[in-house]
Design a protein around this ligand. Structure first.
Ligand code: 2BA
Length: 109
């Protein structure tokens, strides 16, 4: 048994959850925040037999799209004024960030 942890963009979550349910996967959805952009994203936990991992990753890849995201960061102060000037940075945010973890024991009691 494996635990697939997928960090996905909020925009893709509804479609991905529908695809997971349609394909009979059980999933848990957690609200999360990216450390770099400090924006909301969603983390999904999906417990699956190891034979299903590739199928699940393919499904996630099919649904989750890469997007260019612009965020504004304050430029460090230059000169003596100490004024922070906001400037935009473009970042490519992935389809999904996926971790596959071994499960020692899985029980529902
Ligand atoms: P964030 O940490 O908000 O990162 C959003 C995007 O910003 C990343 O997209 C990447 O393109 C860029 N980025 C992240 N850290 C950076 C840095 N130190 N310098 C320059 N650019 C940086 P993704 O790689 O697609 O990641 C999307 C989200 O997946 C991340 O949101 C984070 O929540 C999660 N994630 C990515 N890699 C992870 C890891 N190794 N461990 C845990 N979570 C991860």
């Amino acid at each position: 048994m494996k635990l697939v942890i997928a960090v996905v963009q909020d925009e893709d979550v509804n479609e991905l959850m529908s695809a997971l349910m349609k394909n009979k996967y059980s999933a848990t959805k957690l609200a999360s925040t990216g450390g770099f952009l400090r924006e909301g994203n969603t983390t999904l936990f999906v417990g699956v037999d190891k034979e299903k991992v590739e199928d699940l990753i393919t499904l996630i890849k099919d649904v989750c799209k890469s997007r260019r995201q612009t965020f504004t960061t304050p430029m460090p102060p230059t000169g003596s004024a100490g004024v922070f000037i906001p400037y935009p940075i473009d970042v490519m945010v992935g389809g999904a960030t996926i971790f596959v973890v071994d499960i020692d024991r899985f029980e529902k009691v």
